[in-house]
Design a protein around this ligand. Structure first.
Ligand code: GDP
Ligand code: MG
Length: 441
C-alpha cells in the first residue's frame, strides 16, 4: 500500500491546489486501504463519500501536498467516527452496577470478564463475576479460573443441582452482591458460533431480569466482513450500550471497529489485546484509525511536517529569500535544524512544500554534515551571521578554531551559503537547501 501511495504522492506533489482529480486519486487508495482492513463495503462507500465532500471544501495547506491533505482529512474523519474520545463506564446510582456481556461464542466474553474484574478492582471497585453461561460444560469453570487469576469473586450455580437457568442465576447473584458489598457485577453469558434466536432470547431474558447499566457487545476483531451482520443482529436482539474489540493482538487491521461503529453508533469502549488479563486497555480511536489506514508512519510524518514547517515560519523565510540579501546564516542554520527536528532525513523526503526537486538534493544530505555546519555557524558572532560578507580571513581562522574544523571547511560553508542564497532567490519561494554539500558516494 505504501508503495502505491508513494506513487500518488509523487504524481500530486507540489501542484498546490486540491482538484477533484487529486481527491479522486487519493480516495481510490483510501478505499483499497479500508477494504484491505476488512471494513464492510457499504461502510467504505459512505465513508469515502463524506471524505470527498470534506476535501472539496478544504483550504489548501502550505505545509502539505494535496494527497497528504486528503489523508489528513481521512484520518481526522476516522478518529471522529471511531469516537473522538472514549466514553467511560456508567455506574449505577445505587449499587451494584450491572454489566452484561454479549457476543458470539469465542468472541472473548469470559476472558473479558476476568480483565474487567481485574481492571475494576485496580480502580478501587469490588467487582463480582457471574457465570450465566450454563450452555457449555466448561464455561463455569473457565470463569472461575479467570476470576481467581484476577483476584475477584465468582458467583456460580451450585454444582449438582442440575444446570439451572441463567436468569435465576443472574437474579440471585445480584442479591448476593448486595449482601457481600460488591459494587459492580459482571454477567458472563453464553454465545453460539452463529447468531441464533435461542441464544439471543436467553440474553434478552437475562437483560430484562437484571436491568443492566451497561451491555457490552464483545466482538472479535478478526471477524472481518462479518462484523456488520453480527453487530446488526446484536443491536436488533439484546441491544448494547458499548462495544469491546477483542483479539487486537492478531494481525487484523481492525476494520470491524469502523463497521460496528457505523452500523450501531455505539461507542467502542475497550480493546482486548491478548489472552492474559493485563492485555486490556480503554479504546484509543487515534491508534485504531492509524491501524485501519495502515499508514502510521505516514500520519506521523504529516504531523511532523506540519509542526516543523509552521506555515508562518515558512512564509517568513520565503519572503526573506525573495527580498534579496536578507537571508542570513542564522536562517540557514534554522532551516537545517528544522530538518533535523523532523527526524531521519531519508524519511522526510518529499514531505516538504515544493518537495519535488528538493527530494533528490535532500536524499544526498548527510546528517553529520548538518552537525558540523551547525557547529561552525554557532562559532560566529551574531553580526557575522547576519552579515556573512564581513567574514574575512582572520575571522575565518577564529571561527575554525572555535568550532574545531579547518579553515578550508569554514571557507566551504561560507561559499555554500552564498551559493544557496543565490539559488534560492532564483527558485522564488522555494524552501530547499540547495547549497548543502552532498554525501560522496
Ligand atoms: P467467549 O466464548 O466469548 O467467552 O470467549 P472466551 O473468553 O472463552 O475466549 C475464546 C478464546 O479466545 C480463548 O482461547 C481466549 O483465550 C481467547 N481470547 C480472548 N480474548 C483474546 C484476545 O484479546 N486476544 C487473543 N489472542 N485471544 C483472546
Ligand atoms: Mg465464555
Amino acid at each position: 500500500l505504501s508503495d502505491r501511495l508513494e506513487n500518488v504522492f509523487s504524481g500530486l506533489r507540489s501542484k498546490g491546489r486540491l482538484t477533484d482529480a487529486d481527491i479522486d486519486a487519493t480516495a481510490r487508495e483510501i478505499r483499497i486501504a479500508l477494504l484491505e482492513a476488512d471494513v464492510a463495503l457499504p461502510v467504505v462507500k459512505a465513508f469515502i463519500a463524506s471524505v470527498k465532500e470534506r476535501s472539496k471544501g478544504a483550504e489548501v495547506s502550505k505545509a502539505l501536498n494535496p494527497a497528504q491533505q486528503v489523508i489528513k482529512i481521512v484520518n481526522e474523519e476516522l478518529v471522529n467516527i471511531l469516537g473522538g474520545e472514549t466514553r467511560r463506564l456508567q455506574f449505577a446510582k445505587t449499587p451494584p452496577t450491572v454489566i452484561l456481556l454479549a457476543g458470539l461464542q469465542g468472541a472473548g466474553k469470559t476472558t473479558l470478564a476476568g480483565k474487567l474484574g481485574k481492571w475494576l478492582k485496580a480502580q478501587g471497585h469490588s467487582p463480582m463475576l457471574v457465570a450465566c453461561d450454563l450452555q457449555r460444560p466448561n464455561a463455569v469453570t473457565q470463569l472461575q479460573v479467570v476470576g481467581e487469576q484476577a483476584g475477584v469473586e465468582v458467583y456460580a450455580p451450585e454444582p449438582g443441582n442440575g444446570v439451572g437457568d441463567p436468569v435465576s442465576v443472574a437474579l440471585n447473584s445480584i442479591e448476593n452482591a448486595k449482601h457481600a458489598m460488591h459494587d459492580v457485577v459482571v454477567v458472563d453469558t453464553a454465545g453460539r458460533t452463529g447468531i441464533d434466536q435461542e441464544m439471543m432470547q436467553q440474553a434478552i431474558g437475562i437483560r430484562d431480569a437484571v436491568q443492566p447499566n451497561e451491555i457490552l457487545f464483545v466482538i472479535d476483531a478478526m471477524i472481518g466482513q462479518d462484523a456488520i451482520n453480527t453487530a446488526q443482529a446484536f443491536r436488533d436482539g439484546v441491544g448494547f450500550t458499548g462495544v469491546v474489540l477483542s483479539k487486537l493482538d492478531g494481525d487484523a487491521r481492525g476494520g470491524a471497529a469502523l463497521s460496528v461503529r457505523h452500523v450501531t453508533g455505539q461507542p467502542i469502549m475497550f480493546a482486548s489485546t491478548g489472552e492474559k488479563l493485563d492485555d486490556f486497555d480503554v479504546f484509543h480511536p487515534e491508534r485504531m484509525a492509524s491501524r485501519i489506514l495502515g499508514m502510521g508512519d505516514m500520519l506521523t510524518l504529516i504531523e511532523q511536517a506540519q509542526q516543523t514547517f509552521d506555515e508562518d515560519e515558512a512564509q517568513q523565510l520565503a519572503d526573506k529569500v525573495a527580498s534579496g540579501n536578507k537571508f542570513t546564516l542564522e536562517d540557514f542554520l534554522e532551516q537545517m535544524l528544522a530538518i533535523r527536528r523532523m527526524g531521519s532525513l531519508s524519511s522526510i523526503l518529499g514531505m516538504m512544500p515544493g518537495g519535488g526537486q528538493m527530494k533528490e538534493q535532500l536524499a544526498s544530505v548527510d546528517e553529520r554534515d548538518i552537525d558540523r555546519t551547525a557547529a561552525i555557524i554557532r562559532s560566529m558572532t551574531a553580526e557575522e551571521r547576519a552579515n556573512p560578507k564581513m567574514i574575512n580571513g582572520s575571522r575565518r581562522l577564529r571561527i575554525s578554531k572555535g568550532s574545531g574544523v579547518t579553515v578550508a571547511e569554514v571557507n566551504n560553508l561560507v561559499n555554500r551559503f552564498f551559493e544557496a542564497r543565490k539559488m534560492m532567490q532564483q527558485m522564488t519561494g522555494g524552501l530547499g537547501l540547495p547549497g548543502m554539500k552532498r554525501r560522496s558516494k
